[in-house]
Design a binder for this molecule. Structure first.
Ligand code: AMP
Length: 220
């Protein structure tokens, strides 16, 4: 294997990608690159990019492919990703993005694409109860007996519901996933880089399965 561990994580919204990618990043020493986090940070900072994408994000729609490819290309060109690799979360999201990703990563192609598999029904209930730290994006499950205001255990930030975790936006995002992103599973299976990992279980159980899948590549 050429230097670096380059992973793409696929999976429905609410499958646990963010949480598990953060753990993979820490365990294997690679940067976690989440396109959703990059876009939400731009919205919070009210940058030119943030102002351009805010409404698209809030409605649960997809940001333009060209903009996404250039955002990812810029990030993957930074020293940490060039040397250590990455775990990419939220990109590619369409076949067209995947084709552009092939073009921009030809020198250092992806080693492993993971499909973190969780049924739609289960993710709908997970997403409705999901609360997220506005600062570090740690996820929590709302039970109805939380303090108000709710502060993040990890960084002290405010824990709130993401603007796109409303029922209408959740359904929109899941429809888009089935139509636009699920075809990538076959796309990467045909390239022999796909591992399907069962995403149902406790976070520790799922993480243990992911480590086995990643080690299958690092030890090959
Ligand atoms: P996520 O955190 O991955 O659920 O992404 C949140 C939102 O950011 C999505 O609903 C899209 O509006 C936008 N987004 C993130 N990644 C992409 C991408 N690769 N292509 C288009 N839109 C994206």
């Amino acid at each position: 294997m050429s230097t670096g561990l380059r992973i793409v994580m696929l999976g429905r919204q609410g499958a646990g990608k963010g949480t598990q990618c953060r753990r993979i990043a820490e365990h294997f020493g690679v940067p976690h690159i989440s396109t959703g986090e990059m876009l939400r940070a731009a919205v919070r900072q009210d940058s030119v990019l943030g102002r351009a994408v805010k409404q698209v994000l809030d409605a649960g729609q997809l940001v333009d492919d060209e903009l996404m490819v250039s955002l990812v290309q810029g990030r993957l060109g930074e020293p940490d990703a060039r040397t250590a690799g990455y775990v990419l979360d939220g990109f590619p999201r369409t076949v067209s993005q995947a084709q552009s990703f092939d073009d921009i990563s030809r020198a250092r192609p992806v080693n492993l694409v993971i499909d973190l598999a969780v049924d739609r029904e289960l993710v709908v209930s997970r997403l409705s109860a999901r609360r997220t730290c506005e600062q570090c994006e740690a996820n929590y499950v709302a039970t109805g007996s939380e303090p108000s205001p709710w502060k993040c255990d990890k960084c002290g930030g405010a824990v709130t519901q993401r603007a796109d975790d409303t029922p209408a936006a959740i359904n929109k995002r899941l429809d888009l996933y089935d139509q636009q992103t699920a075809p990538l599973i076959d796309y990467y299976r045909a390239k022999s880089v796909l591992a399907v990992v069962n995403g149902v279980g406790t976070p520790d159980e799922v993480f243990a399965r992911l480590v086995v899948a990643v080690e299958g590549v690092t030890k090959a």
